[in-house]
Design a protein around this ligand. Structure first.
Ligand code: NAP
Length: 252
């Protein structure tokens, strides 16, 4: 029962595609009631319907995590419909590539506002309920770029390093309320976000050689860490980032 998440209400942002979608389905298959999110209302509804057809518990709310007013409105609706959230997974994120010296401020801000400030906005609206109940879990989806830089993705790496520190800062303030705040750092997984990479044969071969596991990750391989962090099994784990990266951050 240590890893049981049955009946938990779990909001996972950015869950209409990619890692978020696979993680949401995995959580729902473990008996959680998942609250899906993305910016496109039709896509959100489509994914909710596909979950319901599989007999999974799901609902969905479309909002942009970087727009505070929009998030606040939708969060009020979520709490009205479902009551307080047990687990929040801050997963929504974007990538924008280019040489750092040519990055436009507007593009820099877009990445930071989504990947870092978005997690702050959503969490701050949910945390009051968790503090009141003295129970809750926040899981931030970081990246191996929380630790390692790479040319052409400076705003992304900066945002993910910031999210790692935000995870620690949240733990420093909120662990005393019996709230566990932790992070997962995925390595390389094939999704829309990494399409430019997995379509590039040279990158694909570099990655497989550079990763001790010698391959890309399968999104389902993130589920073990996620279920651990969402369940009572992690009740004394706080402020940690668990890398699920085939060993990439462990070696040069
Ligand atoms: N794929 C990887 O290898 C990898 C590695 C390390 C970390 N990550 C992290 O894992 C997370 C998911 O990545 P992914 O690869 O699954 O990306 P993805 O395939 O591009 O999916 C991103 C999801 O987030 C939603 N989204 C984007 N911006 C949003 C916003 N402002 N508000 C609400 N929803 C938003 C998208 O839906 P809409 O566009 O319809 O809004 C989509 O559902 C990201 O935080 C990413 O940085 C991924």
């Amino acid at each position: 029962m240590l890893f049981n998440i049955e009946g938990k209400k779990i909001l996972i942002t950015g869950s209409t595609s990619g890692l978020g979608l696979v993680l949401a389905e995995g959580l729902a298959r473990e008996g959680a009631s998942v609250i899906l999110n993305g910016r496109n209302p039709e896509k959100v509804e489509e994914v909710v319907q596909s979950f319901l057809k599989l007999g999974l518990k799901a609902s969905g709310y479309a909002f942009d995590i970087s727009k505070a007013d929009e998030v606040e409105r939708q969060m009020t609706a979520i709490e009205k419909d479902h009551g307080l959230i047990d687990v929040l997974v801050n997963n929504a994120g974007i990538q924008q590539r280019g040489p750092l010296e040519e990055f436009k401020l507007e593009d820099w801000n877009k990445v930071l506002n989504t990947n870092l400030t978005g997690a702050f906005i959503v969490t701050n609206l949910i945390i009051k309920g968790m503090i009141q109940r003295q129970k809750g879990k926040i899981i931030n989806i970081c990246s191996l770029q929380s630790e390692l830089a790479r040319p052409s993705i400076a705003p992304y790496a900066t945002s993910k390093a910031g999210l790692n520190m935000l995870t620690k800062a949240m733990a420093a303030e909120w662990a005393k309320y019996n709230i566990q705040i932790n992070a997962i750092g995925p390595g390389y997984f094939k999704t829309d976000l990494t399409k430019a990479l997995w379509e590039n044969k040279e990158f694909d071969s570099w990655l497989c050689n550079r990763t001790p596991a010698h391959r890309w990750g399968n999104p389902e391989e993130l589920l073990g860490a996620l279920i651990f962090l969402a369940s009572d099994a992690s009740s004394y784990v706080n402020g940690q980032l668990i890398y699920v990266d085939g060993g990439m951050t462990a070696c040069v």
